[in-house]
Design a protein around this ligand. Structure first.
Ligand code: HEM
Ligand SMILES: *[C@@H]1O[C@H](CO)[C@@H](O)[C@H](O)[C@H]1NC(C)=O
Ligand SMILES: *[C@@H]1O[C@H](CO)[C@@H](O)[C@H](O)[C@H]1NC(C)=O
Ligand SMILES: *[C@@H]1O[C@H](CO)[C@@H](O)[C@H](O)[C@H]1NC(C)=O
Ligand SMILES: *[C@@H]1O[C@H](CO)[C@@H](O)[C@H](O)[C@H]1NC(C)=O
Ligand SMILES: *[C@@H]1O[C@H](CO)[C@@H](O)[C@H](O)[C@H]1NC(C)=O
Length: 529
C-alpha cells in the first residue's frame, strides 16, 4: 500500500514563482500544474480552495452536535483508514466505511452526509473524506497537510479493525503496526486525533456513566487545535485532563492512558511544544490519508492553480460555431487584461484572423472569494474570465490559448507547455439547446450535435453519474439519445436528445459515427457536479 508518493522537491524556480504569486507552497512535495481537460484536478482545486461549499462547513472549526464538524470528519477518516494492512497493501483510506456504518465499532460516526454532495467520477468518496481531514485540521488551527487526489472507493466493507477502548496495549500496538504506524507514531496519532471532540454518552455508555454529561470533551479548554492541542498534551502530563479515555471509571476502558503512558510519557513530553505537536500531527495525519490499497496511485499535491480552464464547449448557433471557455486566475487585478486566441481548423479565404490568430475579449468577468483554506494558502480571491468566440462554421477551431497582461506586458497562457487542443468537432455537446425539462418533469433534456454529413446511422449516448444518494453509493447510467425532432438539422449539425433525471450529471458523450468511436468530455458549467 502506502503508495504515499513522497516526491522530490520543487525546483527552486517554481517555488519562486509560487512565492511571487502569493501562494505558499508546501515544502518538499512536487505540486501539480493544471492541464486541461482534467476534471479531477479542477474539482479538487475548487473544493479545497474555491467556490465549492465543503470547506465552509468546517470553517472556523465550526461546532456541531456538541462537538465540531472537524472532530466528526477526522474520526470518520480514521475509522475508514483503520482497515489498512500495510503488509498486504489492502484497505486504508478507501471509503469502505460506506458499507461499515452499521457495525458497533462505528457507532456515532458522522460526516458522509456532508461528503456525498462532493463526489463525482473524478473525485471519489475516499478523496472527499481525505479532503475533509485536510480542511478540518486547518480550520481548527492545525497544520496545512498537502493534498493528493486519486483514491479509489472500495465496493464492499473491509475487516472490523477499529481499535476499542477496552483492548489491551499489545492489541493496540499490533493494530497500529498493521496500519503502518510504530508505537511512537501510535501515541502521536491518537494524541492528534483526540485533540478534537470527545465522547458521547449515547455512543459509549460504558465510558460516560449514566450520571455523567451527554458529551465529554477530551480536553478541558476549547476544541481548537492551535493552543488546545498542546493544552491537551500538557493537561495529560500534569494530570489535570478530563479526557474520558484517561479518566473513565472502569480502568479497562482507559485506552488513552495506556497508550500515552506506554513509553513512560517520553513521546507525550516531546509533543508538549505547539510546534512539534503541529508538525507531528501534520505528517502522521498525512500518512493516514495517503494510505491506500495496492494499485492506487495518488496525484501530485494540489496547490491553488494559477491558471485553470473549464466550461469549454463548442456548438453551432445562428450560422456560426460558438466556442465558450472560462479562464480562472488567482486574485483580482483591475489592471489585468485577458484575451482568448484561437486557431482555425480549416484555413479560409474570408478569415478574419491575422497571423497571430483570432482573439476576443471576455464577455464576463467575475471575482469570487477563496475558501478559508485558499486564504490560508495566500489566495484571497479568484477571477473568472468567460469567453465566447464566434467562429465561421467552415473554419471551425482546433486550438485555443490566452494572453494575460497584468499591467507589465502580455504573457501567453498555455496548457502545460502546449495549446488547448480541441480534438474534434464531429460530436459536440450543445449547452444552448439543452434545456431544463418541462414543467412537472424533473431533470434535463440534453442535446448533442453530430456533423450532418456523418450523422446517418450515428449512435449517441451520455454517461450520467449521481453521487448524492442516501446510501452514498453512486448511480452510474448510460442514456441513449434519439434524433431530436424539436431541433431539426441546422448549421451543418444534426441533433440528438434524451432526458436525464435531476441530481444526475452528464459527463461524457459516447458516439459511434461512421464506425468510429468518439468520446467527448462534457466540460460545461451547467453540470451538477
Ligand atoms: C486506540 C485507538 C483509539 C480508540 C480506542 C479511540 C476511541 C474513541 C472513542 C471511544 C471516541 C468517542 C466516540 C463517540 O463518543 O462517538 C473517540 C472519539 C474520537 N476519536 Fe478516537 N480512538 C482511537 C484512535 C483515534 C485516532 C487514531 C484518531 C484520529 C487520528 C481518532 C479520532 C477521534 C476523534 C476526532 C474523536 C472525536 C469525535 C467527535 O467528537 O465527534 N481516534 N475515539
Ligand atoms: C468498557 O469496559 C467494560 C468492562 O470491561 C466493557 O464491557 C465495555 O465493552 C467497555 N466499553 C468500551 C466502549 O470499550
Ligand atoms: C470493569 O471491567 C471489568 C472487566 O471487564 C469488569 O469485570 C467490571 O465489572 C467493570 N467494572 C465496572 C465498575 O463496571
Ligand atoms: C504519565 O503521565 C500520567 C498522567 O500525568 C501519569 O499518571 C503517569 O504516571 C505518567 N507515567 C510516567 C511513567 O511518568
Ligand atoms: C440568433 O439570431 C436570431 C435572429 O437574428 C436572434 O433573434 C437571436 O437573438 C440570435 N441568438 C443568439 C444566441 O445570438
Ligand atoms: C492582428 O490583429 C490584431 C487586432 O485584430 C492586432 O492588434 C494585431 O496587431 C495584429 N497582428 C498582426 C501580426 O498583424
Amino acid at each position: 500500500m502506502v503508495s504515499a508518493t513522497h516526491s522530490i522537491s520543487n525546483s527552486a524556480f517554481s517555488l519562486l514563482l509560487l512565492c511571487i504569486l502569493g501562494v505558499n507552497p508546501v515544502k518538499g512535495v512536487s505540486s501539480a500544474t493544471f492541464k486541461w481537460p482534467d476534471p479531477r484536478m479542477d474539482l479538487i482545486d475548487e473544493t479545497l480552495y474555491g467556490a465549492k461549499q465543503l470547506a465552509a462547513l468546517t470553517e472556523n472549526c465550526a461546532p456541531r452536535d456538541k462537538t465540531t464538524v472537524a472532530a466528526q470528519w477526522i474520526r470518520l477518516a480514521y475509522h475508514d483508514s483503520s482497515t489498512a494492512d500495510v503488509r498486504e497493501q489492502t484497505g486504508g483510506l478507501d471509503a469502505s466505511i460506506v458499507y461499515e456504518l452499521e457495525e458497533d465499532e462505528n457507532v456515532g460516526v458522522k460526516g458522509l452526509d456532508d461528503f456525498r454532495h462532493f463526489t463525482s467520477p473524478y473525485v471519489s468518496m475516499a478523496d472527499v473524506i481525505a479532503m475533509g481531514t485536510v480542511l478540518s485540521v486547518a480550520s481548527c488551527g492545525g497544520p496545512i497537510i498537502p493534498f493528493r487526489g486519486g483514491r479509489v472507493d472500495a465496493t464492499k466493507a473491509g475487516p472490523d479493525t477499529v481499535p476499542e477502548p477496552y483492548e489491551d496495549l499489545e492489541d493496540h500496538i499490533e493494530s497500529f503496526k498493521r496500519q503502518g504506524f510504530t508505537k511512537t507514531e501510535m501515541i502521536g496519532l491518537v494524541a492528534c486525533g483526540h485533540t478534537l471532540g470527545g465522547v458521547r454518552k449515547v455512543d459509549f455508555p460504558d465510558i460516560i456513566p449514566e450520571t455523567g454529561p451527554d458529551f465529554e470533551n477530551f480536553d478541558r479548554t476549547e476544541f481548537k487545535f492551535d493552543n488546545a492541542v498542546y493544552v491537551d498534551v500538557t493537561e495529560f502530563l500534569d494530570d489535570t485532563t478530563a479526557n474520558p479515555l484517561v479518566r473513565t471509571f472502569n480502568e479497562t476502558n482507559r485506552s488513552d492512558l495506556r497508550i500515552f503512558g506506554s513509553d513512560k510519557n517520553v513521546t507525550m513530553r516531546s509533543l508538549a511544544s505547539p510546534d512539534k505537536f503541529s508538525k507531528t500531527c501534520g505528517s502522521l495525519l498525512e500518512r493516514m490519508i495517503n494510505t491506500v490499497p495496492k494499485g492506487v496511485k495518488l496525484t501530485d499535491t494540489v496547490d491553488p492553480f494559477e491558471n485553470k480552464v473549464s466550461g469549454v464547449s463548442l456548438f453551432p448557433q445562428n450560422g456560426t460555431l460558438v466556442l465558450q471557455a472560462t479562464l480562472r486566475r488567482i486574485s483580482a487585478n483591475p489592471k489585468r487584461s485577458v484575451k482568448l486566441f484561437w486557431q482555425e481548423r480549416q484555413k479560409q479565404g474570408s478569415s478574419a484572423c491575422n497571423s497571430s490568430g483570432c482573439s476576443v475579449n471576455p464577455t464576463k468577468t467575475t471575482t469570487y472569494s477563496a475558501s478559508f483554506f485558499g486564504k490560508l494558502r495566500g489566495v484571497k480571491e479568484f477571477t473568472n474570465y468567460e469567453f465566447r468566440a464566434q467562429i465561421p462554421l467552415g473554419a471551425s477551431v482546433s486550438k485555443f490559448w490566452f494572453t494575460v497582461d497584468e499591467g507589465s506586458g502580455a504573457k501567453t497562457v498555455e496548457n502545460g507547455g502546449g495549446r488547448y487542443e480541441i480534438e474534434q468537432d464531429t460530436v459536440v455537446y450543445d449547452p444552448a439547446r439543452t434545456t431544463i425539462a418541462s414543467a412537472g418533469v424533473d431533470g434535463k433534456v440534453l442535446v448533442v450535435g453530430v456533423r450532418t454529413e456523418q450523422a446517418a446511422g450515428a449512435k449517441v449516448s451520455v454517461e450520467t453519474y449521481q453521487g448524492d444518494t442516501s446510501n452514498y453509493i453512486p448511480i452510474i447510467q448510460n442514456v441513449d439519445l434519439q434524433l431530436d425532432t424539436k431541433n431539426p438539422p441546422k448549421d451543418g449539425y444534426t441533433f440528438f436528445t434524451g432526458s436525464i433525471s435531476s441530481g444526475a450529471s452528464y459527463l461524457h458523450v459516447n458516439a459511434v459515427v461512421g464506425g468510429k468511436k468518439i468520446r467527448q468530455f462534457v466540460d460545461s458549467k451547467d453540470l451538477v457536479l
